[in-house]
Design a protein around this ligand. Structure first.
Ligand SMILES: [Zn+2]
Ligand SMILES: [Zn+2]
Length: 101
């Protein structure tokens, strides 16, 4: 991962917007996981991007254009629009999704 501020302000600290933090019984931090990509620059507050993901994302987009097999589904639990193959789970909340088309 290589995060960079979209304003190129030179900030080196970022905040993950969609993360779950696991704590022990006393509330002490144990572990975290990113549930959805989304970061902001802590220096100026602008959105930040993972530069290492950009080529992969562009490639995935190109493949999507060539392959219209997936469907857009609105998750019944969290109402996120997700593009899924059959039998997948919502990447946002983990709810099972049914492809109805
Ligand atoms: Zn910044
Ligand atoms: Zn969901």
């Amino acid at each position: 991962m290589f995060l960079a501020c979209s304003r190129r302000c030179g900030g080196r600290l970022f905040r993950a917007l969609f993360a779950e933090v696991e704590v022990d019984a006393s509330g002490a931090y144990q572990e975290h996981r990113i549930t959805q990509p989304g970061y902001i620059c802590l220096n100026c507050g602008a959105p930040a991007f993972d530069l290492s993901e950009v080529p992969a994302a562009m490639e995935a987009e190109a493949q999507e254009d060539a392959r219209p097999a997936t469907s857009d589904i609105l998750c019944p639990v969290c109402e996120t629009l997700v593009q899924v193959d059959e039998g997948m789970e919502c990447p946002n909340c983990g709810a099972p999704l049914e492809v109805t088309s």
